[in-house]
Each structure stands twice: as C-alpha cells, then as structure tokens.
Design a protein around this ligand. Structure first.
Ligand code: ADP
Length: 397
C-alpha cells in the first residue's frame, strides 16, 4: 500500500468516526471504502452479550446483487467460520464454473474477525460476486477496516456500560433522597399530632371550645396526611411486587371525578374547578384506584399550582376516553417531564421543600397502565400543566 492510499484511508476512518452514532459511522465507512477495496456487499456480525448468538447488525449492498441487501444470510456461514477459527477466512467458488452460471452464484468472500483486545466480538464479511479474488492489498485494507469496526463496537459497548452506570447511580441517588424525604414526611405529621394532643391533654390549662376544635382539626388533617402517605407507600410496594389487585367494573369517569371534586371542596372551599363534560361513555375500571389517580392529580395541583383554577375536560374518541387535567401553575421544565412519572422522582427546586415523596405520579402511571391506558404531561414553564389520560372504552378491552 502506498502512502497516499494510507493517508486517504486515515481520512476516511477519521470522517466515519466523527459521525454522531455507530450506524452512520458504519454507513460512511461502507459507502466510501470501495475505492480502496472493491466489494459488492458488506455485512457486520456481532455477538449479542446476553444471548451469545452471532447477529448481523449491519448489512449493505453497494455493487452487483443489490437486491441482496436486506438478506445477509449469504455471510452467515463464513462469519461463523471466522468466529470458530478466530482468524480471517476466504471462501472462493469452484475454479471451473458451470456453463451459464449466474455470477451472483459465484461469490468470493472475505471474512475477518472483529478483535477487541484478546477476544473476538464478531466478524466483518465482504463479498464480490463473480470475482475477482481478494488479493493481498485488498486483504490488508479490509483488515484495517475490520479493526476500525471492532473499535467502533468496543466504544459502543463502553458507552452502553457508562450509560447503565449513570442510570444506576441516578436510581441509587433517588432512593437515598427518598429515604431522607420519607423520614421527614412521616415525622412531620406525627410531630403535629403528638404536639396538639399533648397540649389538649394538659391538666394545668383549659382551652375554649373553639381552640379545642381548631387543634382537633389539625390533628385530623395530619392523621389523614399520614394515612395517605402510608397508603402511597403500600401501593407503591404492591406495584413493585405485582400484587396490586384491581376490581374492574363499568365506570362513568365523569361521575367519579365529580365525586372527587365534591369531597375536596369540603376541605378546600376556595378550590376552583371547572368541569367541561357531560355524561361520558362507560369504561372498565377499578373505582378505588382511578379515584386515587385523580386524588393525586388534585393533590399535586394544590401543592405545585396553589390558588390556580383547575380545568378538566373529558371527551370520547372512537376507542378511548380522553381526560385533560389542566392547572395554571408554574409548569414543569421540559428536561424533567419524562422523569416525573418515575418512582421517587421529584423536580429539584424551591418547591421541592413542599411535602411529597415522588411516589404520586408513579402510582398514577402504573394504575393507568394496568387499565391499558396512557398518562402523559404537557407543560411549559409559565403556561401551566396539563396531565392527559387516555383509557380504553368498554368494547376495546
Ligand atoms: P411528589 O408530589 O410527592 O413530589 P409526584 O410523583 O406526585 O411526587 O410528582 C413528581 C414531581 O412532579 C413533583 O415533585 C413536582 O415537581 C412535579 N409536579 C407534579 N404535578 C405538578 C403540577 N401540577 N405542576 C407542577 N409540577 C408538578
């Protein structure tokens, strides 16, 4: 190989390496490698880490026999030979062709190992239909390409490992934060309950009826908060262990939501909710758990969008019922939106000091998923937040 060829190859590898993902890197290499080593098709095989099977991850037809692109079966056997022998393999057709042999049936194949360190992670296979044979120089260029491809996949494997590590780290951090949050969340209402009941029980002080009632209301509210929190924890544990049992029955979601609103208005008389719907078609659902979903959405709206009016719309599509639950609060930054349905996830920031465990939306998502529905958020800072829920109608279950 002359120095000019080597320089051009170097430029090609550099160009292919600069592509944003491995597929476009390989695509660049495959399409621009032909001036250096002529081939009709190329296929890349990599051993799947979990199954141990050799799988074709890339196949491209560039020359004769372009129709063979989708089907990389032509390279399976030579790739297996490369893996078994751990070295380059050449398959050539019989020297004397039969008369009228299609040149697509006379394939010259070159299979090269993809070597990462001491082990072989796969094989790259080049084919020429009808020849000519692969000569020494072609072989050298193909071997350089194979070593570049091996590095590409090695890098991809590392990136995947780093990604998994990052993800594990993030989960452990969430879990740690959760433990700190939960102990605070359990202690605060208990502190109130203990404090006010001790005050009421003091022998040396007497309280007028109004004050007594005020204290008792606080005790009741805090006990309710504690009960909700414990229910959230149990629900989350049941969801984690797949032991959540739903009792499905035909449900009118509009009636269910109106009941939730009526109940909430007793506790929050200033709560403004506008309901934009009439009688909705029946859906199959679990009353208790769907109520829980809307309790959670209301509880979040009260916490994160205090004093904001809430608007709820329901409309039926052909196959599903769609609920849009909108508040006019501060909204959620886009980078957090995908994560808020994760267990323990809380958006960091000033409001993070408000009560919460990061379980609410996770529970909502799981409950809706077990109804074969979907929940998602649409929000922009300053534009409020809309939670959308889609649930299949009765006939669709
Ligand atoms: P928690 O309320 O216990 O923190 P959730 O799972 O219910 O947990 O909610 C996750 C996060 O989503 C909250 O910490 C909050 O930052 C954000 N969030 C939920 N609902 C709203 C809303 N209506 N407006 C703004 N942010 C919200």
């Amino acid at each position: 190989m002359d120095i000019a060829t080597l320089n051009s190859l170097y430029d090609l590898f550099k160009k292919a390496s600069s592509k944003p993902d491995w597929k476009s890197s390989l695509e660049t290499l495959a399409t621009e490698l032909r001036p250096f080593v002529l081939f009709d098709n190329i296929a890349v095989y990599v051993t799947d880490q979990s199954t141990g099977a050799l799988e074709v991850v890339y196949a491209r037809a560039l020359g004769r026999g372009k129709n063979a692109e989708a089907d990389a079966a032509w390279g399976d056997s030579i790739a297996a030979d490369v893996m078994a022998g751990g070295r380059a393999v050449i398959h050539s057709p019989p020297i004397k062709p039969q008369p009228n042999t299609d040149r697509l049936d006379r394939s010259y194949m070159l299979g090269l190992p993809l070597q990462a360190g001491t082990h072989i992670i796969g094989a790259a296979v080049f084919v020429r239909f009808g020849g000519p044979e692969f000569f020494e120089e072609h072989h050298q260029v193909a071997a350089l390409a194979a070593s570049w491809i091996a590095n590409l996949f090695e890098r991809r494997a590392w990136q995947e490992t780093y990604r998994q590590l990052d993800e594990m780290q993030r989960r452990v951090r969430l879990q740690d934060d959760f433990l700190a949050t939960i102990s605070h969340e359990l202690r605060t209402p208990l502190g109130f309950i203990k404090g006010y009941s001790t005050t009421l029980l003091r022998q040396d002080t007497s309280w007028d009826a109004n004050t007594q009632r005020e204290f008792l209301i606080i005790i009741e509210e805090e006990a309710d908060r504690l009960a909700l929190l414990i229910e959230d924890l149990l629900e989350s544990a049941r969801l984690q262990s797949n032991t959540l049992h739903l009792k499905f029955q035909p449900i009118r979601l509009d009636a269910l939501i109106r009941d939730v609103v009526l109940r909430l208005k007793q506790r929050h008389p200033t709560l403004s909710v506008s309901l934009d719907f009439g009688a909705a078609p029946l859906i199959p659902g679990d009353n208790v758990h769907l109520t829980r979903v809307f309790d959670n959405l209301f509880s979040n709206a009260l916490k994160y969008a205090p004093d904001s009016p809430i608007e709820i719309a329901i409309y039926a599509n052909r196959e599903s019922l769609h609920v849009a639950f909108h508040d006019h609060g501060p909204g959620i930054q886009p980078e957090h939106q995908a994560m808020i349905f994760e267990r323990f996830y809380r958006v960091p920031g000033p409001h993070a000091a408000s009560t919460g465990t990061g379980l609410g939306l996770y529970i909502c998502k799981q409950i809706i998923a077990s109804h074969r529905g979907k929940i998602w958020v649409d929000s922009a800072p300053g534009r409020g937040t809309t939670f959308h829920i889609e649930l299949p109608l009765i006939a669709e279950m």
